[in-house]
Design a protein around this ligand. Structure first.
Ligand code: HEM
Length: 417
């Protein structure tokens, strides 16, 4: 990693890369990132559907607020804002997260495949909290909704079709099944919207705005759950880093126990959950934050023309030694004082896992709270380590660019209670 990235940091912070049949400009320093994040009219969102024409992956994301600009974006945002501006009491997650640790207790003493298990928890939690729908993925992984979900996630993360989208014109074998899953998924989301509408009509207390809210949210989060699953990926990285660093695992456990006690029914409240952002620094889940220029801009010595695509490369940002001391190491301390959404001990615009500025991730608070509770419960109920022959001791196998995840991560779990 050191050598691979070195040349990037010796440049003035802009690297020209050939991607999706065109040159794009990848940036790695906080000064340029600040420009991108604070001038959203100049640095405009790019839809993956425009980058990889005709490929299945971007169609799963579909038309979504995440990739809109200008009026359309502001309109959608006004509608969904109230749903995200709420508090997220830890009790909201209790049933499903306790279910997760109890499921894991049943599985303890066997090797645990972390990523698939956490995927299932994520769709259960987001389905329950945001969509009011039970996927029952954790306890009943073979059910057809979960299979549809798995198939679409595979369709998105498979790298071949992003580079060579034309075979998607004649899909065969597994790919043909994935296209079918997309049809089922659209039907499922539309059915869910109809149900929500019917519910709202039967409930006169709902205002027009609340009704729209429910629909948009369902659409937005339906595609969000299917495509990102960022939470399960980032939680998997927390599990991985704590397995690699038993001394930090124990220190974190001691803190959890000192705050909420060491009983099987201990559960944190909102004031008691602590920071976990260093894993998202070391292994950011969304690798590229992409924008198209609506006018020419200057980055140091480089003039970039209108229409050029600029990428805030989260991995380069987080491995830039000018921003993070010893970036290859896992050092949680700089993030620990964080009390709210701001990261106080880390310089502005250097930590970009959730993007920044007006287009920062709307699910950040929800996601961090849920992950913090989950990790507190894991620390209380288990001790875990990597098997002696695990490749994760030496490196972190991931998927390629776009969305990263620790593919094939297995840990040995031991129950504590
Ligand atoms: C660890 C988990 C997550 C990570 C790392 C993450 C990361 C990101 C990033 C980097 C962006 C900016 C994308 C861009 O500008 O191209 C984004 C946007 C967004 N995220 Fe997340 N996200 C996570 C979880 C969630 C969750 C759970 C939700 C919803 C429940 C969510 C909802 C959104 C929305 C709505 C936007 C678009 C915001 C806008 O454009 O105004 N995210 N996320």
């Amino acid at each position: 990693m050191d050598n691979f990235h070195k040349s990037y940091f010796e440049t003035p912070g802009v690297v020209k890369v050939w991607m999706f049949g065109t040159w794009e400009y990848s940036i790695s320093n906080a000064e340029y990132a600040r420009k991108v994040f604070t001038q959203s009219d100049v640095y405009q969102k790019v839809s993956p559907m425009d980058l990889i024409l005709g490929s299945l992956g971007p169609l799963v994301v579909g038309k979504s607020l995440i990739f809109e600009n200008g009026h359309t974006y502001r309109g959608h945002r006004t509608v969904v804002n109230p749903a995200f501006r709420r508090a997220w009491p830890t009790q909201l997650f209790k049933k499903l997260l306790i279910d997760m640790v109890e499921f894991m207790e049943d599985e303890a003493d066997k090797p645990l495949h972390v990523l698939p298990m956490l995927y299932r928890v994520t769709i259960d939690v987001l389905g329950h909290i945001i969509m009011g729908y039970s996927f029952d993925a954790l306890r009943n992984p073979g059910n057809h909704k979960t299979a549809m979900y798995d198939s679409l996630v595979d369709a998105i993360v498979g790298p071949v079709y992003s580079i060579l989208p034309w075979p998607d014109k004649f899909p065969m074998g597994e790919r043909a099944k994935q296209w079918k899953a997309l049809d089922k998924y659209h039907a499922f989301i539309e059915g869910m919207i109809d149900d929500k509408l019917a519910e709202s009509e039967n409930s006169p207390a709902l205002t027009e705005e609340e009704r729209n809210n429910a629909n948009l949210l369902t659409l937005l989060l339906g595609s969000y759950i299917m495509t990102k699953s960022g939470k399960s990926n980032s939680l998997s990285y927390v599990v991985l880093e704590l397995a690699r660093h038993p001394e930090i695992q124990q220190k974190a456990r001691d803190i959890v126990i000192s705050v909420i006690g060491d009983t099987r029914d201990a559960y944190p409240n909102n004031d008691q959950i602590k920071e976990i952002r260093e894993t998202l620094r070391k292994t950011p889940i969304v690798t590229d934050i992409r924008r198209r220029l609506s006018e020419p801009v200057q980055f140091g010595p480089y003039s970039l023309p209108k229409g050029a695509v600029v990428i805030v490369d989260t991995w380069l940002m987080h491995y830039n030694p000018a921003s993070f001391h010893e970036p290859e190491k896992f050092i949680p301390e700089p993030f620990v004082d964080d009390k709210s959404t701001d990261v106080k001990n880390v310089a502005p615009f250097t930590f970009t896992s959730f993007s920044n500025g007006a287009r920062q991730c709307m699910g950040m608070k929800l996601s961090l709270i849920e992950q913090r509770i989950a990790i507190a419960l894991l620390l209380l109920r288990f001790e875990w380590t990597l098997p002696a022959n695990s490749p994760f001791w030496r490196s972190t196998p991931t998927t390629p660019a776009g969305l990263v995840m620790p593919v094939g991560l297995i840990v040995d779990l031991k129950r504590r209670h």
